[in-house]
Design a protein around this ligand. Structure first.
Ligand code: GLU
Length: 297
């Protein structure tokens, strides 16, 4: 199968300097491989999405001469597909209803003498694995497999995580009825025939969960490349949550050049964004060759 890549922004804010890095990396990687580049609007978390932001994002990409090779897909239109995937997991014994509130999860850990969290995320203690204990179902969770998930990132090299210990059974369908990112992204990547996922390094630690879901659903595993993040003045990654500004689409060449510098590409001269992109493709291909030799001698 030929290379198929994607850029999958959530329409919760305009693209900032950091999201442009991910968009550019995914575009360059697809073009360097002679493949297709698709845009998918990940609008499953409806309360966080902003009306019209999809159009803003697509206009920002267009200003940089990046256009989806196929019609843009919207996750909000795909509930039945996610529902079918959930049903398959339920039938295979890999998904179960959960009646726990956040407070009950914290209490379950406190009863064992510690607070088990990873950053802001609570590790699920497995309370409802063997039934709801008379409580009403709230969410649906994935029954993770024990043991370490090993995977390889094209930039970061060998990676691993013990999903059961570090995350626990994670949510597939939330208590508010919305689909979780993990399920939607895995189902869509497979259904769109995505062979290579290029995205920001902040998403790298979702990969082991996604691999477990791919295995449970019998889906092909793509390749991954997690691109460097842009850090703000405070040393944290730029994000919509910490108020990162939209990049200046009026100076698309400048924005592309800044994104390229984050990716480690040299300055390129060009009169238009399209010309700039064309010049960046061989530079990216050369950089990827060097990277391949470095991380898999
Ligand atoms: N929608 C996710 C985001 O905007 C990206 C998902 C992905 O690339 O896997 O952060």
């Amino acid at each position: 199968m030929g290379y198929r890549g994607r850029f999958a922004p959530s329409p919760t804010g305009a693209l900032h300097a950091g999201s442009l890095v991910a968009a550019l990396a995914s575009w360059l990687d697809a073009r360097a491989a002679g493949g297709a580049w698709l845009v998918r609007i990940e609008d499953v978390d409806r309360p966080r999405c902003i009306e019209g932001m999809d159009r803003v994002i697509l206009a920002q990409l267009a200003a940089c001469a990046m256009h989806s090779d196929e019609p843009v897909r919207y996750q909000s239109a795909r509930d039945p597909i996610y529902e079918r995937a959930l049903q398959r997991l339920v039938e295979g014994g890999r998904a179960y209803p959960c009646g726990c509130t956040r407070k009950q999860i914290d209490e379950a850990w406190a009863a064992r003498g510690f607070a088990h969290r990873r950053g802001e995320e609570r590790v699920y203690p497995g309370t409802c694995r063997d039934g709801l204990h008379g409580r009403p179902a709230r969410a649906w969770r994935f029954r993770v497999e024990p043991g370490r998930v090993d995977w390889r990132d094209r930039r970061l090299g060998p990676q691993f995580q013990d999903v059961e210990r570090e995350v626990g059974d994670f949510v597939l369908k939330r208590a508010d009825g919305l689909w979780a990112y993990q399920l939607a992204v895995v189902v869509d990547d497979a259904e769109q025939g995505i062979t290579d996922i290029v995205r920001g390094a902040d998403l790298a630690d979702n990969t082991p969960r996604q691999i477990q879901l791919q295995r449970a659903l019998g889906l092909a595993q793509p390749h991954w490349l997690h691109a460097p993040l842009v850090l703000g003045a405070d040393g944290h990654k730029l994000s919509k949550q910490n108020g990162a500004q939209a990049f200046d689409a009026g100076d698309a060449l400048g924005a592309l050049q800044a994104a390229a510098a984050v990716l480690g590409l040299p300055p390129l001269s060009a009169a238009t964004p399209a010309e700039w992109l064309a010049a960046a493709v061989p530079a990216w291909a050369g950089m990827m060759r060097t990277l391949r030799e470095r991380i898999s001698p």
